[in-house]
Design a protein around this ligand. Structure first.
Ligand code: F6P
Length: 327
């Protein structure tokens, strides 16, 4: 039988994502509603190791739903990868009498949570918070919608100047191993082409497409490049294209961490509120070591192991559509 939950710890970890604060708010408010004591852990696993925990009550999470970043701060912890680090983290949780943890983060966060939960018999619930949208078990991760809105707004602006100067722009977007941001930014901004890790796009194919565009008297173009694609960085691709086809004046723009900041969109706020609320419900129902996700607009709990290991790739049909619409 699972243990009675009275005191929980909540933390954000890995890359920040807009909507993490909204998720935290929902966790604290629903937990308080059920008379649980909530402790916020600062700086993710780093703060857990250092015992950097503070009691959070309803009022402490007021006026944060609209704020980007995370008021709990975040970190990528090397120390938590070591047995010694995880033992120190467990001792901190023991010192605060913590019965269960709620982790808001991405793949790395859940990999750590899954290992820790097994080693120390500490129940964990994960909430998917990453702009990459690369976790199996949820249609959307918190922060993804805001990130693509930011990227599309940036590409709209680049398109104006590309058009004025008849230039070819390579715009690099985030998504370490995943093309979700690039693909959706490409579709939403009407880009000329999208280069993503899931599809091999040789430079020759790109050059052929650009030659076709030039023959159709297309005088400018914007190409979205996902970091981590198989061909190279936006800089590399721009250089290789220029070597083979010199028709366009070529420029590169890297959107970078702009995509990680900013006030969350309505969609991210609602998603984060739903997942935060249900993470607490899940704990109270006795669920352990699962991630709360949204599948077909319904809450679904997926074992952390599956969320980490099972691949989630952009829909092939969406990729085909993006190619046809860009022609
Ligand atoms: O995982 C989210 C993400 O934003 C990736 O898209 C990106 O590759 C990475 O984090 C950047 O991490 P950092 O901010 O630590 O450089």
């Amino acid at each position: 039988m699972s243990k009675e939950i009275k005191r929980i710890a909540v933390f954000t970890s890995g890359g920040d994502a807009p909507g993490m604060n909204a998720a935290l708010r929902a966790v604290v408010r629903n937990a308080s509603f059920h008379d649980l004591h909530v402790y916020g852990v600062f700086r993710g696993y780093e703060g857990m190791i250092d015992g950097d925990l503070e009691r959070l009550e309803r009022g402490d999470v007021g006026n944060i739903i609209h704020r980007g970043g995370t008021i709990l701060k975040t970190a990528r912890s090397e120390r938590f990868r070591t047995e010694e680090g995880r033992k120190a983290a467990y001792e901190s949780l023991l010192a605060f009498d913590i019965d269960a943890c709620i982790a808001i983060g991405g793949n790395g966060t859940f990999t750590g949570a899954d290992l820790f939960a097994e080693e120390f018999n500490m129940p964990f619930i994960g909430i998917p918070g990453t702009i990459d949208n690369d976790l199996f078990g949820t249609d959307y991760t918190i922060g993804f919608d805001t990130a693509i809105n930011t990227a599309i707004e940036a590409v709209d602006k680049i398109r104006d100047t590309a058009d004025s100067h008849n230039r070819l722009f390579f715009v690099e977007v985030m998504g370490r191993h995943s093309g979700y941001i690039a693909l959706n930014t490409g579709i939403g901004s009407g880009a000329g082409s999208v280069i993503i890790p899931e599809v091999d796009t040789p430079v020759e194919a790109l050059v052929e497409a650009l030659k076709k565009s030039a023959r159709r008297k297309k005088l400018f173009s914007v190409i979205i490049v996902a970091e981590g694609n198989q061909t190279g960085s936006a800089q590399d691709i721009a250089r290789m294209v220029k070597e083979q086809f010199d028709f366009y004046d070529t420029k590169v723009a890297i959107i970078g961490h702009l995509q990680r900041g900013g006030s969350p969109t309505a969609m991210d706020r609602v998603l984060a509120s739903r997942l935060g609320f249900h993470a607490v419900e899940g704990l109270l129902e006795g669920r352990e070591n699962v991630m709360a996700g949204l599948v077909n607009n319904k809450i679904k709990f997926t074992p952390l192991k599956e969320a980490i290991v099972k691949p989630k790739k952009p829909d092939k049909e969406l990729i085909r559509m993006a190619e046809i619409l860009a022609l």
